[in-house]
Design a protein around this ligand. Structure first.
Ligand SMILES: *Cc1c(COP(=O)(O)O)cnc(C)c1O
Length: 396
């Protein structure tokens, strides 16, 4: 067998993903080019990661400058870009918060759960440790965050036993009756990403936030996907006008460089020794994130993100209305959007035909066609992507 990418991957990489065998060689904003010079429009941005586009020269230059000097020193010494990044996150969030840096979303959620558990241990007479989540949520792939994820199919006996203290409710309304004397926190996404691009009602979220505050229980908002301007504000929590106790970030923060963040108003819970990470917030990742935030803050201030959201929304609605026999509902917020498809087979056909037409789109939940374009996507790229998607759908 020749050493094709497919052979290499299948022989040496563990088999955890149902992969497409394409070999991307270069990228520019929302365009990816493969080894045969075929150009794809990327409506996925690497699952909401490449927030400022592929091949972003400003981020690349900042990274290059940093890593030609220092890449890593460990968290035993203060790290200037990490401290500056934490300050920037505080300023952009508008909350009185401090941040711990990890390397991924799951790890950020683990950190959030640790803060909640220590809070539950130290702030009450009886130990409170239980965390309530919601059906169709997604919180990560570690043993703990898989258990926190509100999808029974993820709790396979293959990986049991799971840690105690996690349960999930079907609806937000059910949470109130599930809280017992051992409950310490509720952890939710404001727009469920993997679960089907499903936003919750603002009033429902505000009511829950108020209730938890009155009970001194914690509200953890998993903004790993919704954060960093994805919904149009720096945080979806800003859009929902709530004050969470803990917010987690990851995907879009580093523009492709792995970084996660646990952002909390409870600045005194962790003390040295409680938590740590070898790589978390090192020179490389925090420099990348600082540059990403500086680009996106400027875009936001100039009204470009809102313009892009409006333009993308119009195109999405046109497609939705053109195919009433295929799409049943438009869902999502900002540049985190979805179209519900009548059935799973049709959704697969759209994604596969889209791939052939060179437009990349995602699946969410059972039957949602999901769009997470770079926040810097241009109108031309949006036009071209929807033209190709239309072609893909017309061939079904
Ligand atoms: C992707 C995602 C995670 C997991 O992040 P990883 O970086 O893959 O560990 C957690 N929560 C939400 C809401 C996500 O979308």
């Amino acid at each position: 067998m020749s050493e094709t990418l497919e052979n290499l991957d299948k022989t040496y990489v563990l088999n955890t993903y149902a992969r497409n065998y394409v070999n991307f060689k270069s990228g520019s904003n929302a365009i990816l080019k493969d080894d045969k010079q075929k150009e794809y429009i990327d409506f996925t941005s690497g699952i909401g990661v490449v927030s400022v586009g592929h091949g972003n020269k400003q981020v690349a230059n900042a990274i290059y400058k940093q890593v030609s000097n220092i890449t890593h020193t460990s968290n035993l010494y203060a790290i200037e870009p990490q401290a500056k990044l934490a300050k920037k996150i505080q300023e952009l969030s508008g909350y009185d918060v401090a941040t711990f840096f990890s390397n991924s979303g799951a790890e950020a959620n683990e950190g959030a759960i640790k803060i909640a558990r220590k809070y539950g241990e130290t702030k009450f007479d009886n130990k409170r440790y239980k965390v309530i989540t919601l059906a169709h949520s997604f919180h990560g792939r570690t043993i703990t965050t898989v258990k926190a994820t509100g999808q029974e199919k993820m709790h396979t006996p293959n990986f049991s036993p799971y840690p105690d203290g996690f349960s999930f409710n079907k609806h937000i309304e059910d949470i109130y009756n599930s809280i017992d004397e051992e409950t310490v926190a509720v952890m939710i996404e404001l727009v469920q990403g993997e679960g089907g691009v499903q936003p919750f009602e603002k009033s429902e979220i505000q009511k829950l936030a108020k209730f938890l505050k009155e009970k001194d229980l914690l509200l953890i908002i998993d903004e790993v996907q919704t954060g960093v301007y994805r919904t149009g504000e720096f945080l979806a929590s800003n859009l929902y006008d709530i004050q969470p106790d803990i917010i987690t970030l990851a995907k879009g923060l580093g523009g492709g460089v792995p970084i996660g963040a646990v952002v909390t108003t409870h600045k005194d819970i962790f003390t040295p020794g409680d938590h740590g990470s070898t790589f978390g917030g090192n020179y490389l990742s925090s420099t990348a994130a600082l540059e990403v935030l500086s680009i996106l803050e400027k875009h936001q201030d100039e009204g470009k993100i809102k313009k892009t959201i409006d333009y993308f929304s119009d195109k999405l609605t046109l497609l939705f209305e053109k195919y009433p026999n295929i799409f049943t509902k438009e869902v999502g917020l900002g540049l985190m959007r979805g179209l519900r498809v009548k059935d799973e087979a049709t959704l697969s056909a759209i994604i596969n035909n889209g791939f052939d037409e060179a437009v990349l789109v995602l699946k969410a939940g059972k039957n949602t066609l999901r769009f997470l374009p770079p926040l810097t996507i241009t109108q031309d790229e949006i036009d071209e992507g929807f033209k190709r998607l239309d072609n893909a759908i017309s061939k079904i």
